[in-house]
Ligand binder design. Structure first.
Ligand SMILES: [Zn+2]
Length: 399
């Protein structure tokens, strides 16, 4: 815990919640601990720690975990996050597939659910299904809305952070500025957070991977290509909540048309859809075959597969090298990529990044594929709602 001196301009209430945040953060990250350990870690006084613990216990956020092991003498009590009273819900609005997860305050998944919508479904039905899924999940866990600290909603496309709504939902063209948070808040009076799906998947990855310094670029390699920027474990949201919208950055001004209306976007070269399309063209196939199968074919000396993937990986690497240089982050995680780190597709991306970063970085950039786990995408949304619940108060701090 860094040593912050809180400026006198903060009022007492803010200082109190900042201190509570320090204690919660310490317990969440380091597990059950004694009051002595908390005072050492947070540098708060013992009476302050005691008072905050009493408050957090009353709110059902922290509870006793039994006595600590001791080498004799009295055994001090351990405190931990209470995982029985409060939960967060996450929804991955990939559309047509929809996913939901419920997690406890420590981030453990307690329930997950998947259902399918269809392109022919009207908006009312899509919403009805969503509301029904949330309600059924709460009921099946024997909970009430008092137990729910928030709902996170991951949207593919772009959002407006200030208005807490999607701007454009990919694949549902006639539904711009959908008032999803208003509708859900009316049904469930808890905080609803609408966010970019790549951002939420990154939070899920951070929760799973326990990256030591919490600095990485996360690529959502799904139907399109999204990106999230995480620094010191905190997501960079951007002005409207769409930071890292790398899929539609231009890599060739004379390139193919992209569904977004521009030419030569990264997605037209490197998305799974582009790879499938180009492989079918090159191999004169009537029907496209899936990206994972093309990866496998490349491993088995299929020249067309190798060619198409090499091309996709090279443009991917160039775009990522630009991002790495701009943001000064040297770990890239590619989410929903089901292959090993030594797969030629991953190696080509990594080699290209390092080639284009050669004049800039001494330390090599590392690319880590992160396999698909559909459940995890909804978990990311729930973790976001949880983070908001634990959020550090907006302090003016001086170090
Ligand atoms: Zn585009």
């Amino acid at each position: 815990v860094e040593d912050y001196r809180v400026k006198a301009s903060n009022n007492m209430l803010t200082i109190k919640s900042a201190n509570a945040y320090l204690i919660l953060d310490a317990i969440r990250r380091s597990g059950p601990m004694t009051i002595d350990q908390m005072t050492r870690l947070t540098r708060l006084s013992r009476p302050t720690v005691l008072q905050i613990l009493e408050d957090l216990s009353e709110r059902g956020v922290v509870c006793c975990a039994g006595p600590a092991e001791s080498s004799g003498g009295r055994q001090p009590m351990l405190y931990q996050i209470d995982t029985t009273k409060h939960f967060a819900i996450g929804v991955d609005f990939e559309f047509p597939p929809m996913r939901l997860a419920v997690i406890d305050l420590q981030g453990n998944v307690r329930l997950s659910k998947t259902w399918d919508c269809s392109y022919s479904m009207d908006k009312e039905t899509i919403i009805e299904r969503l509301v029904e899924a949330i309600r059924a999940s709460v009921l099946s866990m024997n909970l009430t809305l008092d137990n729910i600290v928030g709902i996170g909603l991951g949207i593919p496309g772009t959002i407006n952070l200030h208005e807490n709504r999607p701007d454009i939902i990919s694949r549902i063209p006639q539904w711009n500025r959908a008032p999803l948070s208003e509708i859900l808040t009316k049904e469930f009076p808890v905080p609803v957070h609408v966010r970019n799906d790549a951002h939420l998947m990154a939070m899920g990855a951070y929760n799973d991977l326990a990256l030591n310094d919490g600095q990485f670029l996360f690529i959502a390699y799904r139907t399109g290509i999204g990106m999230a920027i995480v620094r010191k474990g905190r997501l960079m949201e951007g002005e409207y909540g769409n930071a890292g919208y790398i899929g539609h950055t231009t890599v060739d001004i004379n390139g193919d048309f992209c569904p977004c209306g521009q030419r030569g976007c990264l997605e037209t070269f490197s998305s799974k859809r582009a790879v499938e399309h180009k492989y079918a063209l090159l191999s004169n196939l009537d029907q496209k075959i899936g990206f994972d199968e093309i990866l496998r074919l490349a491993d088995h000396q299929d020249k067309n597969a190798a060619l198409v993937l090499a091309d996709a990986a090279t443009y991917f690497g160039i775009a990522l090298a630009n991002a790495v240089k701009m943001l000064d982050i040297s770990t890239v995680i590619i989410g929903d990529l089901d292959c090993e780190k030594d797969q030629v597709f991953v190696r080509t991306i990594e080699e290209t990044i390092n080639k284009y970063c050669a004049s800039y970085a001494i330390n090599p950039v590392q690319v880590i594929p992160w396999p698909t786990d559909e459940r995890r995408n909804a978990t990311g949304a729930a973790i976001y709602a949880l983070e908001k619940f634990f959020d550090q108060p907006r302090l003016r701090l001086s170090v």
